[in-house]
Design a protein around this ligand. Structure first.
Ligand SMILES: [Zn+2]
Length: 422
């Protein structure tokens, strides 16, 4: 039986209220371990509301894992995960305080709306009218749904089994009403549906991000026929043969593929965290070696300080000489202590950063497709660099360590698209 440890954490009072308490999490994680045939050898919990510095037992767990190298799994429950914290959206109903189910009365309305809009040639208003004509009634007292409400429904990731809470996307425990492919088609359709309001916030999303792959000039954007956004080289640095105009949708599509490549599933994520820890052994060995050497240097200094004090007591040296040496060595001792602390910290943040990065990787794609222009750019800049446009193709580099994810996962995920230069 494989050995595992459990780590549970509550990060705010609110989450505790919502039923994410430590005992509740532990129960969940223990069940999971049992299902996966894992033997739990230790449990670690942190309550960040109780202790201001928080995360103390996280550090303890890391120490424990260093000592027990046969523990290959850490079971962690994202504390915010699983339950939708507010009122369910149209098409769902709350069966109990924790369970949200598909509502057989209202869900056909939502499903039909998605299918109509996914066709790509209906405006929101046409979908509203179409639903009404086909006999899909929003509410008895208000048979036609409002436009902005419909738009928010069609963009709501709750329907594909996720939910947004405090700006982050979480995997819900509820059943998806809409499959991923249909949801994606609807998001594509929003780009075609050129509503001026939508356009405005979205305007020239990728301008300023891209550089011409041939001449290094910046890439600019302009609107054609009042609705289509095209990107092209400014030819600002003189001679350049790039004269293609590329649609924004096309660039968006290519960026989406780029983000998709670093996607990790929850299962992959746990696996990588474990791998991260074992691949970190060299790093840890280095830190340990340094810390040990710093400790022995400290020890030597302490001995010297003690010895010279005795020399002073024995009148073997002057008071001045003693004081001078005492101060000098105490200062050195202080410096060594600072170095020890820095090493401990570096080692800890290595693992925490790793987990942070995996969280980004597992959520990036969903964030990307659900966000507006500016937010997309922010996300792209976290993951990629060196954005070039040549012909109709963008090129980029994955920032470290996303490059490893992109490479490592390319062989396990088939995206139906291969780069021609490979
Ligand atoms: Zn150019």
């Amino acid at each position: 039986m494989n050995k595992a440890v459990i780590y549970a954490r509550v990060s705010s009072r609110e989450q505790e209220r919502e039923g994410y308490s430590i005992p509740a999490q532990l129960k969940l994680l223990q069940d999971y371990a049992e299902k996966k045939n894992l033997k739990i050898i230790k449990e670690f919990t942190d309550n960040e509301t109780a202790k201001k510095e928080g995360r103390t037992n996280f550090t303890e767990m890391v120490k424990f894992l260093k000592k027990n190298k046969d523990v290959k799994t850490i079971i962690v429950e994202k504390t915010e995960q699983g339950e939708y914290p507010s009122k369910p959206t149209l098409g769902y109903k709350r069966e109990s305080s924790k369970i949200i189910k598909i509502d057989t009365e209202t869900s056909p309305f939502v499903l039909r709306a998605f299918n109509l809009y996914a066709e790509g040639h209906y405006s929101l208003q046409k979908v509203i009218d179409g639903l009404y004509k086909e006999g899909f009634v929003y509410k008895a007292e208000k048979p036609k749904i409002g436009k902005s409400h419909l738009e928010s429904i069609l963009k709501n990731i709750f329907y594909i089994g996720n939910f947004m809470f405090k700006g982050r996307i979480f995997k819900g425990t509820h059943e998806a009403l809409i499959d991923r492919e249909l949801f994606d088609r609807v998001q594509e359709a929003f780009k075609k549906d050129n509503k001026p309001l939508y356009r405005k916030e979205h305007e020239f999303a990728f301008a300023g991000l891209l550089t011409c792959g041939e001449c290094g000039s910046s890439i600019t954007a302009e609107i054609k026929k009042g609705k289509y956004i095209y990107y092209h080289c400014t030819h600002g640095k003189g001679e350049c043969s790039q004269d293609k105009y590329i649609r924004e949708e096309e660039l968006d599509k290519q960026f989406k593929e780029a983000i998709k490549k670093i996607h990790v599933t929850e299962e992959h994520k746990q696996w990588i965290i474990t791998a991260l820890k074992s691949s970190n052994e060299d790093e840890q060995a280095y830190h340990l070696e340094r810390v040990e050497s710093l400790h022995s240097q400290s020890q030597r200094l302490r001995e010297r300080i003690n010895k010279i004090y005795i020399d002073k007591l024995d009148n073997l040296i002057t008071e001045e000489f003693w004081l001078e040496k005492h101060n000098q060595w105490t200062l050195e001792l202080d410096k060594l202590q600072t170095l020890v602390t820095a090493h401990d910290k570096a080692n800890k943040s290595y693992i925490e950063n790793g987990i942070q990065i995996l969280n980004i990787a597992s959520e990036a794609y969903e964030l990307y497709i659900s966000q507006s222009g500016n937010e997309k750019i922010k996300l792209l800049k976290i993951i990629l660099s060196n954005f070039l446009l040549t012909g109709e193709n963008i090129s980029y580099e994955y920032k470290k360590p996303f490059d490893i994810l992109a490479e490592g996962l390319a062989c396990t995920t088939t995206l139906g698209r291969k780069d021609s230069n490979l």
